[in-house]
Every structure is written in C-alpha cells, then in structure tokens.
Design a protein around this ligand. Structure first.
Ligand SMILES: Cc1cc2nc3c(=O)[nH]c(=O)nc-3n(C[C@H](O)[C@H](O)[C@H](O)COP(=O)(O)OP(=O)(O)OC[C@H]3O[C@@H](n4cnc5c(N)ncnc54)[C@H](O)[C@@H]3O)c2cc1C
Ligand SMILES: NC(=O)c1ccc[n+]([C@@H]2O[C@H](COP(=O)([O-])OP(=O)(O)OC[C@H]3O[C@@H](n4cnc5c(N)ncnc54)[C@H](OP(=O)(O)O)[C@@H]3O)[C@@H](O)[C@H]2O)c1
Length: 311
C-alpha cells in the first residue's frame, strides 16, 4: 500500500478507507517439532523456514515472510500470542510394533522430528519399537541439512534404522529427490510395507504426486503386482490411514491473475478520468481507483499464501 501511495503521489487514503479494504492478518500455522516427553511439558519447538523472495517491480528488494521473519526476530523472554490446534489425522500411529516410513523434505522434517522424539521417549520407557526408515530431502549438506546431529543420534539410539538423504543441489545438472531414494531402496520399502508399515509424507505439494508414484512403482516392481493392483494397494493404505500425507502448496490459478489484471486496468481507467478536467468527480475516481488497485493486490497475495493439501 505504501508503495502504491508512493507511486501515485496525487492519491491520498485516509485510515477509514484503508481499513475498509484491508484484510485482517490471518494466523500462520507451524507444526510442533518437539515431544513433551523429551523436551518438556510446556515446551514446543518450531522449525521455521525463512524465505526471501524478490518484491515484484522493485529490483534489489526482497520480501521476507511476515510471520517467519517476526519469529526470527524474537529473543529470549519475548512474549508471543499463539493458540494450539490439533493436527487432525496427521499423528503418530498408536501401535509402535508396526514399522514406519517417514518421507519429508525441507521444513517438512518438523513433524517428523516430533514423531522421532516420541519414539525415543517410548524406547526409553522400554516399549519395543518396530523398524523405522527416514527419507529426508535437503538442498545440500552444507546449506540446509537441519538437525543432522539429531538424526545421527536417533539412528545411534535405535530410534531410526535406515536413514536416506536426498540432496537436490549437490550434483550439477541433476536434482536428486526423496522419490529417487525411495525407488533405489525399493526392496527395503516393500519389506516394510509388507510388514504393515505406516507411511508419513510431509513437504511441499509438488512432491505429493511424485512420492506416491514412487511408492506405486515399488509396490508394482517388488510386490510383483500389476499396476492397477499396486494402485489399489496404495488406495487401501490411504483409506485405512496407513499412508498419511501432509503437504502444503501455493494456490495460484490463472483466473486469479486475470481478475487482478482486470482490476488493475479498471483502476488505471479511474486514475485517467481523475487526471482529466472534471474537478467535481475527481475525489470519487481516485478513491475508486485505489479500492480497485487494493483489490488487485489482495487477489495477488491471497492467491499465493500457503495452503494445506493432505489428510
Ligand atoms: C498446518 C501447517 C503447518 C505448517 N508448519 C510449518 C512449519 O513447521 N515450518 C514452516 O516453516 N512453515 C510451516 N507452515 C507454513 C507457515 O504457516 C507459513 O505459511 C510460512 O512460514 C510462510 O509465512 P511467512 O510469514 O514467512 O510469509 P507470508 O508473509 O505469509 O508470505 C507468504 C508468501 O507470499 C509471498 N508474498 C507475500 N507478500 C509479499 C510481498 N509484499 N512481496 C512479495 N511476495 C510476497 C511470498 O512468496 C511469501 O513467501 C505450516 C502451515 C500450515 C498450514
Ligand atoms: N513445514 C511445513 O509444514 C510447511 C507448511 C507450509 C509451508 N511451508 C513453507 O514452505 C517454505 C519452503 O519450504 P522448505 O525450504 O522447507 O522446502 P521446499 O522449498 O519444499 O524444499 C525442500 C526440498 O524439497 C525439494 N523439492 C522440490 N521439488 C520437489 C519435488 N517435486 N519432489 C521432491 N522434492 C522436491 C527441494 O529441491 P530444489 O529446491 O533443489 O528443487 C528441496 O531440496 C518455507 O517458507 C515454509 O515456511 C512449510
């Protein structure tokens, strides 16, 4: 809004007009990445990705997420207003005697860290644990291998039996993703699935279909099943909540872009009218132009906020 007012110095907007068009700030959700049994009863850890994206039309300026940046600036002793919500459907299986396969990328590791810590607590309490395999996607070991030490400790403590890391930006000219590791480890995956393994998938939306397709390939190849039977096998796992995806993505339809463009054009027409000689209606035209421009901006930015696809 400030940029708009800077770009159109002849426009002014009073606080009431602004409040009429401004949307209230929506809450941002973060997965708990800790376990009360390991990290403490009134403690919740978060694993927050800070993303810098270029501001459209302003070269050299980055937009750093509002909520993630705010969290980043907090210091010990600061107070922050939060509410607690339950992750409906995406929780650790009740029966630890069934194996588990954990597939995640980036900050998708957040809920998995909580699950693994919970397994550690169970192990310390003497609960027998079935095998667990982690397929974790990172960009490179030097850049974003978050919680490397903890993952190694989970493995040393017997909480994780198999660790497979896919580093997407380490090999020039080739992106290595978790789905590639899943196919490579087909025999292991099939053995765990056949033993009743649960599968958890957390990461961004593009990996949803790719990871599912990799599981379908493994079931078809290693279970020697025709493709449609492999598909039915996975569907059964989904219906019985043995295959649990928790994915996020950015919704951005072409229709939203077109709407934003039309609103911007309508606003420009209003400003053109305002610039003509008709003194009496100038204020109304500027106000309407600003409302239209703000609506265009809202269309743009509400369409690229994070949305959950899963469960
Ligand atoms: C159930 C759930 C669990 C989640 N768990 C986690 C988690 O464990 N860890 C985690 O990191 N995140 C998690 N998220 C995502 C988190 O809630 C936020 O969506 C995420 O941190 C981005 O918020 P932000 O404040 O950084 O960015 P926002 O300010 O909300 O912006 C979102 C995006 O919009 C674009 N944008 C907005 N305004 C502008 C502008 N003026 N100029 C240019 N671009 C702009 C940018 O691309 C930006 O990245 C979860 C979400 C859900 C729904
Ligand atoms: N954790 C959550 O629950 C959650 C929820 C909503 C939003 N977010 C937000 O998402 C933003 C970015 O997240 P991030 O950096 O953690 O993860 P990310 O951008 O999804 O990247 C993580 C890894 O996944 C790889 N990847 C990209 N496309 C893939 C595909 N089709 N299949 C498999 N792997 C793929 C990436 O590789 P390349 O980039 O090298 O291609 C990278 O190595 C953060 O701002 C975070 O706040 C997180």
């Amino acid at each position: 809004m400030l940029r708009l007012l800077d770009d159109f110095p002849s426009c002014s907007l009073n606080i009431f007009e602004f409040l009429r068009v401004a949307q209230p700030l929506r809450p941002h959700y973060y997965s708990t990445s800790s376990s009360p049994r390991i990290h403490g009863d009134s403690v919740a850890h978060l694993t927050v990705g800070l993303e810098a994206v270029p501001v459209p039309g302003t070269p050299g300026r980055d937009f750093r997420g509002m909520s993630s940046r705010y969290l980043h600036t907090l210091r010990e002793g600061d107070r922050v207003h939060v509410f607690h919500d339950s992750a409906d459907g995406f929780h650790l299986q009740d029966d630890a005697t069934n194996p588990m396969i954990v597939v995640c990328a980036g900050t998708g590791f957040a809920p998995m860290r909580a699950f693994l810590a919970e397994r550690l607590a169970m192990k310390c309490a003497g609960v027998p644990l079935a095998e667990a395999a982690l397929f974790n996607g990172i960009r490179s070991t030097s850049l974003d291998y978050i919680y490397r030490d903890e993952i190694e400790r989970f493995a040393a403590d017997g909480v994780l039996d198999h660790v497979h890391i896919a580093a997407s930006r380490e090999r020039p000219g080739r992106r290595d993703y978790v789905q590639d590791r899943i196919r490579e480890q087909g025999a292991l995956i099939w053995r765990l699935l056949a033993a009743g393994s649960h599968v958890y998938v957390c990461g961004s939306q593009p990996m949803r279909a790719a990871v599912r397709a990799a599981f379908a390939d493994v079931v078809a190849d290693h279970g020697s099943l025709p493709r449609e039977h492999a598909e039915a096998y996975l569907q059964e796992m989904e219906t019985t909540a043995r295959y649990r995806p928790d994915l996020w993505g950015r919704t951005r339809g072409d229709h939203i872009d077109v709407l934003a463009l039309l609103l911007t054009l309508a606003a420009l027409v209003m400003f053109a009218f305002a610039a003509s000689d008709r003194e009496l209606s100038r204020f109304n035209e500027i106000a309407l132009g600003l409302v239209l421009l703000t609506a265009a901006l809202i269309c743009q930015f509400t369409s690229i906020t994070n949305t959950h696809f899963g469960r």
